[in-house]
Design a protein around this ligand. Structure first.
Ligand code: BTN
Length: 256
């Protein structure tokens, strides 16, 4: 029997479906009482100000793709392991897409690729309290049925283009929720072994891992191999001269 996450409201889960909003991340960060612990999912058909990483915009044609944000309050997730949320979200998107066509990969830190094309992006905003993550807003855009992209993003592609047919968006969302909630249970409650297992799974699906490719940092371009990602989210590359280079998100650019 195939299981699917049930998107119906319950005491622990709430779903809000909007026709249009500025950004589902912005909406969720405005919505609800501060102590509200219910996992909340907001979806929309169109974003007028969809946000990508850094200052980028997120392009998505009305009604063709998945645009959603999920707010969770993880139990006892230390700040030093908060990259696990990013890993869980990326792994869950990858698994949801692999269910249609196997072969998706995660481009560090959390883009979802098929070959050299970007199919999904993730924008995570964490609120911290003391030494722990209080609340995480996980915004996800998955190119599901859009065939033509107008922005100057270098390499967008959709699941439908890869699969060769249109895809039911709700089914992809259910698949994502099922995988993500299962991974979230693992990374909560200070379970280091489970956190480490999710981290290993993340590293095993990485785009370009172990192959030599061109990258750029503030000093210029160079050829290197990805050799590791630390639990903190820092990436390690070994360049052609044998130098080990360590980067935070935004300090490293992939040359595609
Ligand atoms: C990236 O640049 O790769 C991250 C893109 C994240 C886009 C999603 S779409 C739903 C949510 N709302 C936003 O404004 N952004 C995220």
């Amino acid at each position: 029997m195939e299981k699917h996450f049930c998107l119906d409201d319950s005491p622990v889960f709430r779903m809000i479906e909007l026709d249009e909003v500025d950004s589902t991340n912005n909406f969720l960060r405005r919505f609800g009482a501060p102590g509200d612990r219910r996992m909340t999912l907001v979806t929309t058909e169109f974003q007028s100000a969809g946000r990508g990483a850094a200052t980028n915009k997120w392009e998505s044609a009305r009604g063709e793709n998945l645009l959603f944000s999920l707010r969770v309050m993880p139990t006892a997730l230390p700040i030093r392991r908060m990259f696990a949320i990013s890993e869980a979200a990326a792994l869950a998107v990858k698994a949801a897409l692999d269910a249609f066509v196997p072969g998706f990969s995660v481009k560090w830190p959390n883009d979802i690729y098929f070959g050299d094309s970007k199919v999904a992006g993730i924008l995570i905003e964490n609120d911290l309290q003391g030494s722990q993550v209080l609340r995480s807003t996980i915004g996800i855009g998955i190119n599901v049925n859009q065939r033509r992209f107008l922005s100057d993003a270098p390499n967008p592609r959709s699941l439908a283009d890869i699969a060769g047919h249109d895809v039911e968006r709700r089914f992809v969302l259910e698949q994502f929720m099922e995988h993500f909630t299962s991974l979230l249970r693992k990374i909560e409650n200070g379970n280091t072994a489970a956190l480490d297992a999710v981290h290993e799974a993340y590293k095993s699906g990485l785009y370009r891992s172990g192959e030599e490719h061109e990258y750029a940092d503030e000093m210029g371009t160079f050829y290197a191999k990805i050799v590791d990602v630390e639990p903190s989210g820092h990436i390690l590359l070994c360049d052609k001269e044998g130098l080990l280079r360590r980067y935070e998100f935004k300090e490293l650019k992939y040359i595609l």
